[in-house]
Design a protein around this ligand. Structure first.
Ligand SMILES: Cc1ncc(COP(=O)(O)O)c(C=O)c1O
Length: 392
């Protein structure tokens, strides 16, 4: 059956970093770009219509925050997660990474310790270190490609200087959707030690099992009071270039403090088109997203089956969420630069190096499979040919 997501949309020469920065990033344009986390798909038609309509009014002055925005988000969170979120819990921020940085700035001081669970999205490291805070790593435990949290290691590492934990929920790059039980255990440890949790939920709509994701702010109040969460349509609806995200906290003191820091840095408003896009997406995007999830799951299954049957040396567990696959190349015995060269020069693929997510990612590469299936087929053929050549 043909899907709307099979359409190949030309992105070269559009200024898209994924396609037009290949020379700078990989040293060549001759790679299929399956790296930075945006999708090669058109966003929902209702979003395009809303942006075009807004663009046709020729005055692009300062927008006020429309009530429809928070209403649309409230409706979405209710429909998708059965979460009742009063609008007093919501605010805007131009991006999730700016949000994490603002949270670090607001709730910790230089020299304080902040925990991250590695391997993890690289800006988690820089958001801590660039602001002069001390990074504490609580590595995830891996068992046959399945990752879990190491609570004992966490408890051991928390001390009086530990003020924050940045949670990737669902987790990029390893694709876990943390269960309610895992979240409660984590929250309990953090509550006991007065550690605030910053929950990055940018991938929370891209979960393959309906109902599997538990938004952090829906945990029992005593466990979620010391937390602040971020969501966005950037990944879900492919709107990353609009720089528009949402902050959520059920603790108004925390939210007010956060808002006052972001106002201090001029980061409390979002742009005109981001507002329109979010209203349209969160109001009309359900069916589109359900179709997308089916397609993405098909892509993940395709990669997994291809690897099992044709390149068993490379492994990938189908992620529980995200359009990011964590490819385990360790059996090929290639070290950092050799693996990078192999992927770029021999397989002619533009992936993300596993070790950019931390030392735990050595021997891994991350593949972004949010592209038409035919592109993925080409990518897998290239990879198979490269592995065969390596072994011949
Ligand atoms: C876990 C995570 N957080 C944040 C972002 C980026 O957020 P933003 O573009 O809103 O700053 C990404 C993008 O890949 C991500 O994977």
């Amino acid at each position: 059956m043909v899907s709307r997501f099979d359409e190949i949309i030309e992105r070269r020469q559009t200024g898209a970093v994924k396609w037009d920065s290949r020379k700078e990033v990989f040293g060549t344009e001759d790679v299929l770009p399956l790296w930075v986390a945006d999708m090669d798909f058109a966003c929902p038609p209702e979003v395009v219509d809303a942006i075009v309509k807004k663009a046709q009014h020729p005055v692009y002055g300062y927008p006020k925050q429309p009530v429809e925005l928070f209403e649309a988000i409230q409706g979405w969170l209710k429909r998708r997660f059965d979460a009742e979120v009063p609008k007093e819990w919501l605010g805007t921020i131009p991006g999730v990474v700016p949000g994490i940085r603002m949270a670090v700035e607001t709730f910790t001081k230089p020299g304080d310790k902040i925990v991250i669970q590695t391997p993890v999205y690289p800006p988690f490291y820089s958001s801590v270190e660039d602001l002069g805070r001390h990074l504490i790593k609580n590595p995830l435990k891996e068992n046959d490609g399945y990752y879990t949290m190491d609570f004992e290691d966490l408890e051991r590492k928390i001390d009086a200087k530990t003020k924050m934990l940045i949670l990737c929920h669902p987790h990029n790059p390893i694709g876990r959707v943390w269960t309610k039980e895992e979240l409660m255990q984590l929250a309990e440890i953090c509550r006991k030690h007065g550690v605030i949790i910053v929950s990055d939920e940018i991938h929370s709509d891209l979960v393959y099992e309906k109902g599997a994701h538990t938004p952090f702010y829906t945990l029992p109040e005593e466990l979620s009071q010391q937390s602040i969460s971020f969501i966005a349509g950037s990944k879900t609806f492919n709107l990353a270039g609009l720089f528009s995200s949402i902050v959520i906290s059920n603790n108004t003191k925390i939210l007010d403090e956060f808002k006052s820091t972001s106002a201090k840095f001029g980061l409390n408003s979002i742009n005109l088109f981001g507002l329109e896009a979010m209203i349209a997406a969160y109001t009309h995007g359900d069916t589109w997203l359900d179709e997308l999830l089916e397609y993405l799951k098909g892509n993940a299954d395709y990669i997994s089956n291809f690897l099992k049957t044709r390149i068993p040396e490379i492994k990938m567990r189908v992620p529980e969420a995200t359009y990011l696959g964590w490819l385990d190349f360790r059996a090929l015995n290639l070290s950092g630069q050799a693996l990078r060269d192999f992927v770029i020069k021999e397989a002619r693929l533009g992936l993300n190096d596993g070790d950019s997510f931390g030392v735990e990612g050595q021997g891994f590469q991350r593949i972004n499979f949010a592209c038409p299936r035919s592109i993925l087929e080409e990518a897998m053929e290239r990879l198979e040919a490269a592995v065969k050549k390596l072994q011949s």
